[in-house]
Structure formats: C-alpha cells, structure tokens
Write a protein that binds this ligand. Structure first.
Ligand code: DGT
Ligand code: CA
Ligand code: CA
Length: 581
C-alpha cells in the first residue's frame, strides 16, 4: 500500500506527541515535529522516490537518524520507535491533544491523576466535576473542556481540502487509466473548493461500468468497502476518508456532475426552476416528460433553466442563482491572475529556504513580485526579527532585488499586534519597509470588544498595510477569535489598508463570508501564500479557491495588480506617497 507524505508526517507527529506526554527532552520532541512539518509540506512523493531508488534531496533539520526513520516509515508505514513509545502510553491518548484547551502538560495531569485518556472519559470527568482542583484546572477550565470534549465527540471528522487532494488526485488518476472511462471528475464539496470535505465524490463517464468498478474496488488504499453495486460503490481509504463512486453513461455526465457537485441547496433551487418550466432535473439528465432534452454537459443543464454557467465555488444557494438570472455573476478571480505574493518567510526566521531560493521559486511560478515578511521579535519560537536583524535583512533583500531579473522583492515584516494594539517593532524601524503585515499571534481569548479595539488600534498605526489571517482560526483546531469583523473591514476601508486571505491550508482566512464582506465594503484582499518553503507557493491555488467562494473578482484582489501599482498602493499605507482616503 502506498505511503503518502501525510502518512509519514502523521507518524512523526504521533511520536512527537507521545514523547512530549512522556516528558521527553523538548529538543527531541521539536525535531520530530519539525520532521513532520517538512514532510507534509514537501511536494515530492517520498515513498515513490525511494521505491524507485532515487535519493531524496537534503531536508533541513533531518539528520541521519531521522532520515533512516523516514525510510523505514516510507517502506512500512510505521516505525519501531513509534511502536515502542505507543506501548508506554494508553492507546489513543494523543487524541486528547486535538481537543482545544488541552496541551501535553494538562493531558499528562489528566492521565496521571484521573486515568483519563480518551475524550469520552474527559467528558465524564468534567461532568462529574472531577477536573477543577487539579493543578492548572479551575472551574472555568472545566466548563470549557466539557464543551470542547462534547464538540469533539459530536464532530464527524472532516478533512482539510489540501490533504483530501493528496488522496483524491492519485485515485482519480488511477480511474482515468481504465479503458472506456471517458471522463473522471472529483465532484462534491471538493470541487466547490470548500475548506474541508466530509467525503469524496468521484464521478466517471463510461459505457460499461465493470472495469471502473473493479479498478476502484481493488485500489490498493481501500481499507473497507461499505457498499458495492453495478454503477455505484462506497469505500473507506486507509487514511480514513470515505469515497463515493458513481459511473454514468456519457450522455448523463453533465447532469450527474451537476448533481454530485452540489451543494444540495443549490441543486434543489435549480430543480425548482426546472419544475416551473415543466422540466424534471435529476442526476440522469433534464427531461420533458420521458424525453431527455439535456444533460451531457453542465452547461446544457443551466441552459435548460435559462441561466448562464455558474462556477462550482458559487453553488451554495447564497444568491448565485439570483445573480445569474440578473446577469450579475462575478467574473471570478483565477490563479493565473495573481501577479505576486505578499507574505513569505525565509530561513532568517521559521522558513526553510533561503531568500534566494524563495525568490527563484516565486519567479519560476510566474510571480512578478514577492514580499518577504518575517516574524517579529515577540515570536521567539520562530526566532523573530528585532530592528537590527530586520535592517540587515532589508539590505540583503535590496541587494538581491537589484541582481534578480523578472521579479521584484519587497521588504516587509509580519509584525505582531500586541495586546494593547501596539506593534512589536518601533515605527521608525517599520517606516523603512515597503509594507507591514500585522498579525495577532497571542491573547486569542480577549473579550470581543477588547479584541476588536486591539486590532483597530493596530490598523491606526502610521505604518500598517495588510491585516494577516484576520480571524485567527486554524481549521479544525482553533476557533476564530471573537472580533467584530465588520468593524475591522470598515476600518480597513477608512484607512486604505488591506485584508489578507492567508492561503495556508490550515488557515484559509479570510473566510468566504468575510471575503464577500470585504468586497461589499470595497476593501481589497491580498491572497497570500504565507510560504515557509519553496513548495508553499502551491498554497495559492487553495487561496484562490477560497477567494472564488467569496465571490472575489480579479479587481477585488490586491496582488492581481502589476508591481508598480501595488508598490504605490502599499506606499500609501506606509504614510508615503499620496495620502490615504
Ligand atoms: P461533504 O461531503 O459533507 O463535504 O459535502 P458534499 O457537498 O460533498 O455532500 P455529499 O458528499 O453528501 O453529497 C455530494 C453531493 O450530492 C451534494 O453536494 C449534492 C448531492 N446530493 C446529495 N444528497 C442529495 C439530496 O438529497 N438531494 C440533492 N438534490 N442532492 C444531493
Ligand atoms: Ca462529499
Ligand atoms: Ca458523498
């Protein structure tokens, strides 16, 4: 069975968790976490490369010992160390770490003092009032953990889009190889570019379904078959994701693709429009009485109800049908529209590639400018920059920028927004830069009014260009902080500054709803990779997906503009050039 990078990363992550719970040396723990991150970000099929006898590139922070473990996992899916450390801890205890509010310290207290090692046990202990009084647990913590445990237990597992893609694309590719399969599409929420998917829905057009069904059933990653029939099947892959397959004849493909792309609410609305015209619309086609009048393409389905084609990312029944009817659908931004990237890190802080490597990778992607925005000193974990190191890096960026052709380098910073709304570096240091990206990385739990004031105050500083990941959520891990987003958007408008859509697959923040809010209020959105390595420019694809879900057009996105225009707009946010609106 093929071992994906995500599988290898998971093994390293679990080792790190277990070592940490066992109170191991923090450096050792960090080495495994680092390895997990590197592997999961690497867009190179490690197991595949090794299987073909090719050597891996040198990976930062992965020495001989880790590299041997990497090979062991790539070959076997697990490693001896994991099995050993697992034996020392109750099975499944690492799941507790996924519960918001629980870190290794608290989990080991829970385990040692109460023998709590599953979310269900945590829920029970909190209900019984057994948590408060333990070291580090108050009554408030107990209540919060109870809610968190309940949410965790009630939550069906969803997969982040970029992770789902790692499993979906090879599977779709395998089905494309089957002779007689004329079309293969990954439909459902995946095609609508939702930030997470519950399951994968794959659709194949083929006159005879047998060969497709057989290839699907025998796909090496299938762990369990839930249902299998002549033209449909459902399986669970080894990674835990469920896949539903449908095989349809070519003349139904468009209707089926429309149906299985969803959303359900959009389908129902379209079907109603059909009914009003005396048409029946289902996954087999569009019918007037018994006669099929459309269904080979999605376009033909929309034609039949008198609408223009609606992009999958809009199909949520959130006004897209009305907009289509009025001829006011947005012309959605596309990946190719992006001219540059305004948020990236290098080795100077927690990135993994040098300035030169990042610049060349961005240029190779066709980007015309790249802003380097390291963390500021407050983020000690990432070795954030102080004014001296910032100035030194700015010199390097200047120098390299002059040498390189085809890409402009912008000097920036991802400066921390402190609790009172001050920025983590003095204005004089910031003023020498091309842009300032401000970010909240601490104090996520302030009450709404204070959190909002804090962010608005930061946006009022003389040098402030872009508010990074405005809601602060980590998908599936950390809720957004409580903030009045409309006030933030309006402040951005008033100050002439911008909001980021951070394209990191764990963030995708702004959310779709807030993208629309920004657009409605006339605030430009920067779709930024937050790249920490040369591979991370791939994030932009998912950022664009989210921007499209948020109805953004090319003109709504800051970094679709050519370098000179962006420089001018950014200069204004730095108190230079034309005064702001
Ligand atoms: P997910 O998997 O939870 O991320 O979301 P979806 O949208 O992929 O939902 P899923 O997998 O349950 O179904 C795929 C599509 O099939 C869905 O988007 C619309 C269509 N569909 C499913 N059930 C119904 C239904 O009862 N009525 C209609 N009209 N469409 C349905
Ligand atoms: Ca689905
Ligand atoms: Ca499904």
């Amino acid at each position: 069975m093929p071992v994906h990078n995500a599988d290898i990363a998971r093994v390293f992550e679990e080792i790190a968790d277990l070592l940490e719970l066992g109170d191991e040396n923090p450096f050792r723990v960090r080495a495994y976490r680092n390895a997990a991150r590197i592997v999961s970000d690497l867009r190179l099929d490690i197991a595949g490369e090794l299987a073909q006898g090719r050597a891996l590139p040198k990976l930062p922070g992965i020495g001989e010992d880790l590299s041997n473990k990497l090979k062991e996992i790539a070959a076997t899916g697990t490693c001896g160390l994991l099995e050993r450390v697992r034996k020392k801890m109750p099975a499944g205890i690492t799941e507790l770490l996924r519960i918001p509010g629980l870190g290794p310290k608290r989990v080991s207290v829970l385990y040692r003092e109460l023998d709590v090692h599953t979310p269900a046990q945590l829920q029970r202990a909190a209900q019984d009032g057994r948590l408060h009084g333990l070291a580090g647990f108050g009554a408030k913590t107990e209540q919060k953990l109870l809610e968190a445990a309940q949410a965790h237990l009630g939550q069906a597992k969803r997969f982040k889009l970029a992770l789902a893609a790692q499993y979906a694309q090879p599977l779709a590719a395998a089905l494309r190889e089957v002779s007689g399969a004329s079309e293969v599409a990954i439909a459902g929420s995946f095609r609508r570019m939702k930030e997470t998917v519950g399951d994968l829905d794959i659709l194949v057009a083929a006159e005879k379904s047998d060969a497709v069904m057989e290839r699907f059933a025998k796909y090496p990653e299938v762990k369990e078959t839930l249902a299998a029939g002549g033209t449909r099947a459902s399986v669970v892959l080894a990674c835990g994701i469920q896949v539903d397959l449908r095989v349809v004849p070519k003349e139904s493909f468009g209707a089926a693709l429309h149906y299985f792309t969803g959303s359900k609410a959009h389908n129902i609305a379209i079907r109603k429009l059909g009914q009003a015209k005396g048409l029946k619309i289902n996954e087999y086609g569009v019918f007037r009485g018994k006669r099929r009048i459309a269904g080979e393409t999605e376009q033909s389905v929309y034609d039949s109800v008198g609408l223009p084609y609606i992009a999958p990312e809009l199909r949520e029944d959130q006004g897209e049908i009305e907009a289509a009817r009025r001829g006011e659908l947005p012309r959605l931004v596309e990946l190719a529209d992006l001219k540059g990237d305004l948020h990236a890190h290098t080795k100077a802080t927690d990135g993994r590639n040098t300035l030169g490597e990042m610049a060349e990778a961005a240029r190779a992607r066709g980007l015309g400018y790249l802003a380097i925005t390291e963390h500021s000193r407050r983020v000690t974990m990432a070795h954030g920059l102080d004014p001296v190191r910032l100035a030194k890096q700015a010199d390097e960026i200047e120098r390299l920028g002059r040498e390189l052709e085809g890409i402009a380098l912008l000097k920036g910073i991802e400066v921390d927004i402190l609790e009172d709304g001050a920025l983590d570096l003095p204005d004089a240091a910031l003023a020498k830069l091309d842009l300032v990206v401000g970010a909240v990385h601490s104090k996520f739990n302030l009450p709404r009014a204070r959190q909002t004031e804090r962010i608005l105050a930061a946006m009022d500083r003389p040098c402030f260009s872009i508010l990074a990941h405005p809601s602060g959520r980590l998908i599936g891990e950390r809720e957004a902080y409580d903030v009045d987003m409309l006030a933030v958007v309006r402040k951005a408008k008033a100050r002439g500054v911008f909001l980021e859509l951070n394209a990191h697959p764990e963030r995708l923040d702004l959310t779709d709803v807030h993208c629309r809010m920004a657009r409605d209020e006339g605030v430009l959105v920067a779709v930024s990779s937050d790249a920490h390595s040369v591979h991370d420019f791939e994030n932009l694809r998912y950022g664009i997906g989210q921007a499209r879900r948020g109805w953004l057009e090319k003109k709504d996105v800051l970094n679709t503009r050519p370098p000179a225009d962006v420089r001018k707009l950014l200069a204004a946010t730095m108190g230079r050039g034309k005064t702001r609106k």
